[in-house]
Design a protein around this ligand. Sequence first.
Ligand SMILES: [Zn+2]
Length: 359
Amino acid sequence: MSIFNIFKKNELNSPVLHKQKRSLQLEKLNALLNQKLPKETKEKIEQEIYQVKSGDIGEKQVLTVLKNSHMPMYILHDLYLKEGGLHSQIDFLVIARKLIFVIECKNYSNHVYVNAKGRFSILKKDNSQMLIDDPVEQNRRHMELVALLKPDMKKRLRSVVVFTNPYMKVHDEKAPAEISRQLMTADRLLEFFRKQQADSRLSELSDEEMKQCADFFKEKHTKNPVDYTEKYFQTEKPAEEKKAVPVKPVLPRTAVQKPVVVNHAPPKQKLPGMRCPKCRKSLQKSSDGMFYCPGECGMKLGQVFDHKLTETELRNLLGGKTIQCSTQAGMTLVLPDKIQKEWKGKTVYEWKTKLLSKK
Ligand SMILES: [Zn+2]
């Protein structure tokens, strides 16, 4: 360091990037495609893979713009924040000299229309308009969470929604100014930053304050626990167990919530059509509701960890379907495959499992 730099307070003059680790989104989705699933479910998953990939392309475009800005800023990419009951996946949090920009990227392929009330819609092929999720409102919730975590920075927060698909156009001529100001394409982003900062009467943050703020949010970042299995698998469980599911699916759940059926079946009831996957003997049910194989094959088919399988769950497994259930270990995926284990000197067989999220 030269002696002159001692008197120079702020030296940061280019962007610093902090990229969070992606939560293996694509890997998880691709793994699901290899499972036995209904055709429609596979199509939905393929569509989501496509969306994740094209979303990534859009975000990379924004990232390139930010990285080449020659502006002092901390760029936090792909931030997942959680506080209280709230959680937000933030595409970019940019900490600049005066302001903090919360950026939501959208890669819509259709033209977007914003009406005088600020409602967002797209034009369908038959020329009818379809309302879509409001990205400004979505980003407002992101900002709320950021402000909740760091109240001292609340006044510096600015919302930006960037449309990354170059083939679409946003028709926001009629939109309220407050909303249209936040909407832009990636090539306008830096101009917007510069103008907003120049117009702002807030004090400048020092290098140290900017770094502290970036470190704070880096620390707050947690892995996004999006549970794709939750989204795509039909699990039929009593209503009581459903409460334990930690993450709300983004898409509407397809499973039907069935009432709890009290089973008055006599003990050791024979179960038509349910045969042991190991030795093909007809299964039985004990008085405490546990399914078991009466043979000596060693197949422990009635439970997964501490979870007693319901008849529906077991029938799904026997029919080659994957199910998921809540166990002592956490949300667990149960595959219709057997694994061999040694237990107290005997060879036993259990359902193959994958832990989706720890408790
Ligand atoms: Zn058996």
